[in-house]
Design a protein around this ligand. Structure first.
Ligand code: PLP
Length: 273
């Protein structure tokens, strides 16, 4: 991505998401990615998680009005080129975020592109979203998305489709798009059946395929966040969605190659190289 010349103001990306005390995923992954892409990260904290490299042992929700106020106050002063949502934890927070995004022009119908990463659980299976909040994701937030980027577990929760091969991946992309996002992504990186990682991108007409080598590493914590944050950076630079996705996928591949050990479990996908 083009870097702002030193001393000038870079473009801004706002992440609305949960923290990770281990510094691997969530807001920490987003901020790191946004900074390394050469943009300025603004953050609206929606939840605080208690976690390390082996799992999430709890989380605390920020009051919905405080989440919305963080968004409002950043947009009215700093201004943003794109926004990204991650862990939102509850129906009340999802509704507050949907309302404030609509109010300030983030997402479809507004001028600021919105990446919705519908975070529901960590790779260890620890819940990051109350079960009764899926409906709010489906009916309130996803219809506002420029692009929605679930992992395969989230695809199953949102559409009921178990992605196992190309045919089910295509069906899932169609079902996700039918929820109202402008573009839907089905990420194949967690399908361990091939040596490459193929993602599908669908906007109701075009079904685009992106294939990169699969990087096998145990240090894959925060991969989804990193993809969605890099995508938001490219959108903030005015890239069309397919070009932004190509950039983000390349970024994640490089970040997986550079991932490092930390603690006793899954280290972070890292763009520090
Ligand atoms: N913690 C937070 C706050 C997150 O937002 C996420 C993912 O989006 C995770 C943990 C889980 O990351 P992973 O599934 O890569 O372990």
């Amino acid at each position: 991505l083009p870097l702002a010349p030193s001393g000038t103001t870079p473009r801004r990306v706002l992440t609305i998401a949960g923290t990770d005390s281990g510094g691997g995923a969530g807001i920490q992954a987003d901020s790191r990615t946004i900074a390394l892409c050469g943009l300025h990260a603004c953050v609206a904290v929606a939840a605080v998680t208690v976690q390390n490299t082996v799992g999430v042992s709890g989380f605390h929700e920020i009051p919905p009005a405080v989440v919305a106020d963080q968004v409002r106050t950043v947009v009215s002063d700093i201004g943003i080129g794109a926004a990204k949502t991650g862990m939102l934890a509850s129906t009340a927070i999802i509704e507050a975020v949907t309302d404030v995004c609509t109010e300030v022009g983030i997402g479809r119908g507004g001028s600021v592109p919105l990446v919705v990463d519908p975070v529901s659980a960590s790779m260890h299976g620890d819940s990051l979203l109350h079960a009764d909040a899926l409906d709010a994701l489906r009916t309130r937030l996803i219809p506002l998305a420029t692009i929605v980027t679930p992992n395969l577990d989230e695809v199953r929760l949102l559409t009921g489709i178990d992605v196992e091969d190309e045919a089910t991946a295509r069906r899932a992309a169609e079902a996700l798009h039918a929820l109202g996002a402008q573009w839907a992504v089905v990420k194949g990186g967690h399908l361990r059946t091939s040596s490459s990682s193929t993602d599908l991108l669908f906007d109701g007409e075009r079904m685009l395929e992106f294939t990169n080598p699969r990087i096998d590493t145990g240090n894959d914590h925060g991969g989804g966040d990193t993809l969605a944050a890099a995508l938001a950076c490219a959108l903030a630079h005015g890239y069309a969605v397919p070009d932004a996705f190509e950039f983000a996928k390349e970024w994640v591949t490089k970040s997986l190659e550079a991932a490092y050990d930390l603690g006793h479990g899954h280290g972070p996908v890292s763009p520090l190289w």
